[in-house]
Every structure is written in structure tokens, then in C-alpha cells.
Design a binder for this molecule. Structure first.
Ligand SMILES: [Cu+2]
Length: 216
């Protein structure tokens, strides 16, 4: 019986959090040429209150190796997410990262990988394969629940409580992260435009050989 008031208090907090006024935010990303920018990570970081805690049931992120590429190339996750690296190729891969936010190495492997790595520190994790130099994946680990990866048409839509945010725009071909402040208001959708200067893709070119799969 003594647990009941505590449970009620939790319920009130949960209902309160759900009923915060939501504001709609969208941003369209393009290069100077007007070409839409895919694979950018957009995130909103609240400036006036801490970000709400991560949900306990955050789904695992899967970065597969398919035809000698990591799929997807770019992901964004909340800190505390587990990431698995199943190999769906006939050849073996050796997945690693030297990034301070998550340093790890998965021994040479083929087939589904049972163990998942915990990505618990915010920051950029650049992932490679020791066997295939051109293979790259990027995971931006964030301490906010409001983020998305831009699709091919370059427009991202987010819904977050009204308030002030630091908007962060990251792309693996930007020299540095773009940050700006935005104010979200209820019943007044905010639509931003951002022109991004993308440099050359610095991933090493794919090796070409006579193997039927196109690589070793
Ligand atoms: Cu590989």
C-alpha cells in the first residue's frame, strides 16, 4: 500500500510530460547548387531545461555489412543505445572505431554478430573495417530525444516542446558542425532553411577486383 502514492506521483509526472505543448519544426537542407542534402543529422538540444531521460526500451540500432558497405551509412542514436553489426556478406569483416566517444573492435567475423556494443557517450563515432578501407559508417550519439537523419529530399520534421533550442546540423562532409539557436512556439510551426557547404567525400575509393562480389 505504501507504494501507491509513489506510483501515483510517477503517473502524474508522466502525464505532465506528455501534455507539454508541442511545437512543429522543419528544416530543409540543400547545397549551394540547390541539391537536397541527405544523410545529415539534425538535432535539437533544449537550452532552458535538461533533456528528458532516455526511454528504457530504446531499440537496438543495426548496422549491417551488405555487399561490402555498412548499411546505413549514417545513423543518429540517443546515448545508451546498443548497436549490433551483423555481417550479411560472404566475406568476413573486422569492424572497429577509434573515436573517443566509442572505441571498440569486433574480431574478424562472418554471419550474424550476437554481441552488441553499447554507445553511451555523446559524440561522433566513425566506424571502419580493417579489411576493406573504403567501408565507413558514422553514428552521431546524442543526449537529446529530438533528432533525425535527413532523407533524400533533404527535409526533416521534428516535434518538440515549445522553448529555446540549440539546433545542430552535422554531415560527414562538412568541415564542422553548424549550430544555431531556434525558438519553437506552440501553434507557430518553424521552417528553417540551411545551405550546407559539403566538401569532397574523403572515403577511400572501393577496390576493384575480379571477385564475383566485386571485392575481396
Ligand atoms: Cu570489411
Amino acid at each position: 500500500m505504501r507504494l501507491l502514492p509513489i506510483a501515483s506521483a510517477f503517473l502524474l509526472v508522466a502525464v505532465g510530460a506528455l501534455s507539454l505543448p508541442a511545437a512543429e519544426f522543419s528544416i530543409t537542407l540543400a547545397e549551394k547548387s540547390a541539391a537536397p542534402v541527405a544523410d545529415a543529422v539534425i538535432s535539437l538540444h533544449p537550452l532552458d531545461q535538461p533533456a528528458p531521460p532516455a526511454a528504457a526500451d530504446t531499440p537496438e540500432l543495426v548496422i549491417a555489412q551488405i555487399n561490402g558497405e555498412f548499411t546505413p551509412l549514417v545513423s543518429a542514436v540517443r546515448a545508451g543505445t546498443r548497436v549490433s553489426f551483423p555481417n550479411r556478406d560472404r566475406v568476413q569483416h573486422q569492424v572497429y572505431s577509434l573515436s573517443p566517444a566509442k572505441r571498440f573492435e569486433i574480431p574478424l567475423h562472418g554471419g550474424e554478430q550476437a554481441a552488441a556494443e553499447l554507445f553511451d557517450k555523446p559524440g561522433l563515432v566513425a566506424i571502419g573495417c580493417n579489411i576493406h578501407d573504403w567501408m565507413r559508417a558514422y553514428v552521431l550519439v546524442l543526449d537529446t530525444p529530438w533528432f533525425a537523419v535527413s532523407p533524400a529530399e533533404g527535409t526533416v520534421r521534428l516535434s518538440a516542446p515549445a522553448g529555446r533550442y540549440r539546433l545542430e546540423i552535422w554531415h560527414h562532409r562538412m568541415a564542422q558542425m553548424d549550430t544555431r539557436e531556434v525558438v519553437l512556439a506552440e501553434a507557430a510551426p518553424l521552417a528553417e532553411l540551411a545551405t550546407l557547404a559539403l566538401r569532397r567525400d574523403r572515403r577511400p575509393p572501393r577496390a576493384i577486383n575480379s571477385d564475383a562480389a566485386g571485392y575481396r
